[in-house]
Design a protein around this ligand. Structure first.
Ligand code: SAM
Length: 254
């Protein structure tokens, strides 16, 4: 392989075949589905996905990789490469919905990218991502755990989240310094979500976890009184990590 992996683009290319096949089995692609791959790189996943899905839209920021990607994938199916920053990509401009979004994500942008994808959540059927294990654990964390925080509440509000399996650094070239994990995110249908103003929910969660060690009475005093918390059945003396997603939604609705 001639590409050594640019750090600025979080490039760690998957080479271990067993891991690649495990990911594809978890995704279980069908020909009628519309796949979008984020960061195809040199096509390790793309080349396995294309023969099963028949067509893939791939978003890759590093133009230096694209000739090799196209070369590797020719005759495997229809590959539409979008040479741009995924954080600027308009997912709503794609023709067939819903989207199945996959990718071995660049870890340096994974959290902002997950929040960006939330803005398109109703166009998405599901997402399968390779992430830093630490980020994956935060996404799926339950109330009461140390890793439960803003990312857990916001993603679990929109999606069912499951950590499928972990992957060691040796599966990548160059190896990252951390362990990784595959996460499956399935958006909850809009009518099944406890509807609330998402900007308000985001603000409540930001304020609450901004001061993790303080009680919510303290950190949320600008937006909700102790009386109002008690009226919706929430103890003001709790710390943010003790509140369920549904309780944050209750506060945001107040
Ligand atoms: N999918 C390949 C694999 O598994 O071997 C490469 C994965 S590598 C971890 C992340 C890929 O995302 C790289 O190809 C990198 O160039 C690309 N990338 C990084 N930042 C990006 C961005 N903002 N928008 C689109 N692609 C990006």
């Amino acid at each position: 392989m001639s590409h050594r992996g640019k750090r600025c683009f979080g490039q760690h290319f998957l080479h271990e075949k067993a891991v690649l096949h495990h990911i594809i089995a978890a995704i279980n692609p069908k020909t009628s589905e519309h796949f979008v791959e984020i960061g195809p790189g040199l096509g390790a996943l793309t080349a396995l996905l294309l023969p099963l899905a028949q067509s893939v839209d791939a978003i890759e920021i590093d133009r230096d990789l694209i000739p090799e990607l196209i070369n590797r994938c020719q005759n495997l199916g229809t590959l539409r490469v979008h040479a741009q920053d995924v954080l600027q990509f308009d997912f709503s401009a794609l023709d067939i919905m819903p989207l199945r979004v996959v990718g071995n994500l660049p870890y340096n942008i994974s959290t902002p990218l997950l929040f960006y994808l939330i803005s398109y959540i109703d166009l998405i059927q599901d997402m399968h991502f390779m992430l830093q294990l630490e980020v994956a654990e935060r996404i799926v964390a339950s109330p009461g755990s140390k890793t439960y925080g803003r990312l857990s509440v916001m993603l679990q509000y929109f999606c069912e989240a499951e950590l499928l399996f972990t992957v060691g650094p040796g599966a990548f070239t160059p190896p990252p310094k951390v362990d990784s994990a595959i996460v499956r995110l399935i958006p909850r249908l809009q009518e099944k979500r406890q509807l609330c103003d998402v900007a308000k929910l985001s603000e409540v969660v930001r304020l609450a976890f901004g001061q993790r060690r303080k009680t919510i009475s303290n950190s949320l005093k600008k937006i909700i009184s102790n009386e109002s918390l008690l009226a919706i059945g929430i103890d003001p003396k709790l710390r943010p990590e003790q509140l369920s997603v549904a309780e944050f939604v209750q506060i945001a609705k107040n």
